[in-house]
Design a binder for this molecule. Structure first.
Ligand code: FAD
Ligand code: FES
Length: 264
């Protein structure tokens, strides 16, 4: 496997007919879905995602970060925001999903940092358990700061050496955003709504952030996932991303008509 910021990661991608193995609720509208996908479980890195398809289902696959890995099983965390995610949540144990992955370039934790802060907002918890696991394996001290609108929307699962909660309404933990609540560290990872990532970029330009976009193919072919870069031009979030150095994204140029725009 070849990783780094200079070129494309060369990774093996698998297409797995995955059996749904379980479902549990981790916040008011947030669920974790487990599926048997041994090849992906064995090779996925934190921040990478799977592109899921099912029948009958939407024409295009839907991308989901890998949340946890347990032996041959991978988990994703999801919330119903539209037809596709609602169908996925309706699935029962034993149903099958076509699972393409692992895709994209995950968090490159390097070997230098001694402390790491994971900053997640809402569904941005998605890549953090794997990131916590990898950082711990590298000997880092892991602080996880998780923010949501209210106590009911906070994911009840967490990890790392220290957990800090933040809620917009102050109903649990610190009142305010996860970015404001986070301490500094040698390395910061963030995932959540793009306005939150833009705020993270202001505070920590070198943070590694997992960006939200629309995706079609997930494999670098359709150009549906274009992300505007500060240096000019666009990048494919599914191939060169979804993880970027925070200051490298031109956050204000994310298309204003799309729900994931910072300016929407
Ligand atoms: C790399 C990556 C990882 C992701 N990981 C997760 C995850 O772990 N858990 C999770 O729940 N979701 C995740 N998402 C978002 C998820 O893919 C979308 O919520 C899903 O595609 C919506 O499908 P749908 O058919 O339910 O909604 P649609 O019917 O397609 O859309 C319903 C509503 O959701 C909005 N929407 C659709 N797709 C997106 C999107 N990508 N970003 C923002 N808004 C969108 C639409 O504008 C619309 O308002 C991830 C997205 C990316 C790009
Ligand atoms: S989703 Fe098709 S190129 Fe990225």
């Amino acid at each position: 496997m070849e990783r780094g910021w200079g070129g494309e990661a060369r990774l093996l991608v698998f297409l797995v007919d995955a059996r749904i193995a379980g479902k549990r609720r981790v916040a008011r509208e947030m669920w974790v879905l487990a599926m048997d996908a041994p090849e992906i479980a064995a090779s996925v890195r934190a921040g990478q995602f799977v592109n899921l398809g099912w029948t009958p289902g939407p024409l295009l696959r839907r991308p989901f970060s890998v949340y946890r890995v347990d032996d041959d099983r991978i988990e994703i965390v999801l919330k119903a925001v539209g037809a596709g995610t609602a169908q996925l949540l309706d699935m029962d144990r034993g149903d099958r999903v076509s699972c393409l992955g692992p895709l994209g370039r995950g968090f490159d934790l390097g070997a230098g940092p001694r402390s790491i802060v994971l900053v997640s907002g809402g569904l941005g918890v998605a890549p953090m358990p794997l990131a916590a696991r990898e950082a711990t394996a590298l000997g880092m001290r892991v602080t996880w700061v998780h923010g949501a609108r209210s106590r009911e929307e906070l994911c009840t699962e967490s990890g790392g050496d220290e957990v800090i909660w933040a809620t917009d309404d102050g109903s649990q933990g610190l009142a305010g955003t996860a970015v404001a609540a986070a301490p500094d560290a040698d390395l910061v990872l963030a995932c959540g709504p793009n306005p939150m990532l833009a705020a993270a970029a202001d505070r920590w330009p070198d943070a590694l952030v997992a960006v939200e976009t629309y995706m079609g193919c997930g494999t670098g072919v359709c150009l549906g996932c274009a992300v505007p870069l500060k240096r000019g031009g666009y990048d494919r979030a599914c191939k060169e991303g979804p993880v970027y150095r925070a200051a490298d994204i031109d956050w204000t140029a994310l298309p204003a008509h799309l729900p994931y725009a910072v300016t929407a």
